[in-house]
Design a protein around this ligand. Structure first.
Ligand code: UT7
Length: 325
C-alpha cells in the first residue's frame, strides 16, 4: 500500500501478446503481386507476417493479449480500472474496441476508450494511461495495441500489401512506489495527413473515397528516422539519461532499415535493439507491445534495465516512452 503523500509511479506489471495462426511468407505474395522475396527482404527486412482469419476482429486479438498480460501481472479482469485500446482497425465505427474488449474480458464498469494515432497508437495510449495511474485515478490500467491491418490493404498494390501484418500486444500498467515510466513524449504534425492515410469515410450507408492504405513510402521513411531519433533524445534528456544508459530500444517495427537508422542516430548497436519486423511485418499500433512482450518473455528485458519505446505513424504522429523495467 502506498503511504499517503508518497509520489506515485506507473510500472508495467505484466505483458502479453497474440498473433493470428496464419503465417504468410513473402513467397506466397510472389504468386499474387509482382514482387519477390529478395526485394521485400532487402528493402524492408520482412520475411513473414501473420494474417487474421475472416472471423477474427481487433477485439478478439486484443482479448488473447490482454488475458496473457493479466496472467503475467497476477491479476484478474475485475482488478482493471481503465482500458485504453490503440487501434486503426476498430471492430465497428462505434462503440470503441475498448468497450467491446471490456465486455469480452468481463471487466465492466471501468472507463474504456480507444486512441487513434495509427502506428504511434500504443505509445500514445501508454502515455495517456500513465497520467491516470500517476494521478492516483486508477491502480491498474490495461493498455492494448491491436490491429487487423490486413483489412485496410489493397492486396493488388505491391507497394503496400507486402509491408503489414496483424497482431495484438498488451500491458498492465500498475501504481507503484518505484519508477517505472520515467519520461514520455508525444507529438503530431497534421500537415502530413496525406503522406500516409486511408482516405475514405462512411456516409449514408456508403463508403466514399479510397478505403485502402495510401502512402508516400520515401517521405514516410525519411520522416520516421528523424522523428524516432528526436523523440528518443527528448525523453532521455527529460529523464537525465544518455543513449548509453539504454539497455533496449524498442522502436515501431515498420522497416529494418528505418530501425537501423534510428538506432545509429542514438549511437546504439543493433544488438541493443529488439527487432520483430522480420517475422511480424508492420503491425501498426500492435508492433511495440508485441516486440516488448517477445523480449520480456525470452528474458532479454530484465529488472532494472532501461527500455526506450518509440512510435511513429500516420498523422504524422510520433513519440517515445522511457522506462525502467
Ligand atoms: O508505419 C509506417 C508505415 N509505412 C512505412 O513504414 C513505409 C516507409 N517506407 C518504406 O519502408 C520504403 O520506402 C518502402 C519499403 C516502401 C520502399 O522502399 P524504397 O527503398 O524506398 O524503395 P524505392 O522507392 O527506392 O523503390 C521503389 C521501386 C519502384 O519501382 P521503380 O519506380 O523504381 O521502377 C516500385 O514500383 O520499387 C518498386 N516496388 C516494388 N518492387 C517489388 C515497390 N514495391 C515493390 C514490391 N516488390 N513489393
Amino acid at each position: 500500500m502506498t503511504p499517503p503523500g508518497a509520489p506515485l509511479f506507473a510500472r508495467i506489471s505484466g505483458t502479453g501478446s497474440y498473433l493470428p495462426q496464419r503465417v504468410v511468407h513473402n513467397r506466397e505474395l510472389e504468386a499474387t503481386v509482382d514482387t519477390s522475396d529478395e526485394w521485400i527482404v532487402s528493402r524492408t527486412g520482412i520475411r513473414s507476417r501473420h494474417i487474421a482469419g475472416e472471423g477474427e476482429s481487433a477485439s478478439d486479438l486484443a482479448l488473447h493479449a490482454a488475458r496473457r498480460a493479466l496472467d503475467a501481472a497476477g491479476l484478474v479482469p475485475a482488478d482493471i480500472e481503465l482500458i485504453v485500446v490503440a487501434t486503426t482497425t476498430p471492430d465497428m465505427m462505434f462503440p470503441s474496441t475498448a468497450c467491446i474488449l471490456q465486455r469480452k474480458l468481463g471487466a465492466n464498469g471501468c472507463a474504456a476508450f480507444d486512441v487513434q494515432a495509427v502506428c504511434s497508437g500504443f505509445v500514445y495510449a501508454l502515455s495517456t494511461a500513465e497520467l491516470y495511474v500517476r494521478a492516483g485515478k486508477c491502480r491498474h490500467a490495461l493498455v492494448v495495441g491491436t490491429e487487423v491491418f490486413s483489412r485496410l490493404l489493397d492486396w493488388a498494390d505491391r507497394g503496400t500489401c507486402v509491408l503489414f501484418g496483424d497482431g495484438a500486444g498488451a500491458v498492465v500498467l500498475s501504481a507503484s512506489e518505484t519508477p517505472g515510466i520515467l519520461a514520455t513524449r508525444l507529438q503530431a504534425d497534421g500537415d502530413q495527413v496525406d503522406s500516409l492515410c486511408v482516405p475514405a469515410h462512411v456516409s449514408g450507408g456508403r463508403v466514399f473515397g479510397h478505403p485502402f492504405v495510401q502512402m508516400d513510402g520515401g517521405a514516410v521513411f525519411k520522416f520516421a528516422v528523424r522523428a524516432l531519433g528526436e523523440a528518443g533524445e527528448a525523453v532521455l534528456q527529460e529523464a537525465g539519461l544518455s543513449p548509453g544508459d539504454v539497455d533496449w530500444l524498442i522502436p515501431h517495427q515498420a522497416n529494418v532499415r528505418i530501425i537501423e537508422a534510428a538506432a545509429r542516430r542514438l549511437g546504439l548497436p543493433i544488438e541493443r535493439v529488439i527487432v520483430t519486423v522480420d517475422h511480424h511485418g508492420n503491425t501498426s499500433a500492435a508492433s511495440v507491445p508485441l516486440a516488448l512482450d517477445e523480449a520480456v518473455r525470452d528474458g532479454r528485458v530484465r529488472p532494472g534495465q532501461h527500455v526506450l519505446l518509440e512510435g511513429v505513424g500516420g498523422g504524422f504522429t510520433w513519440g517515445a516512452v522511457l522506462l525502467r523495467w
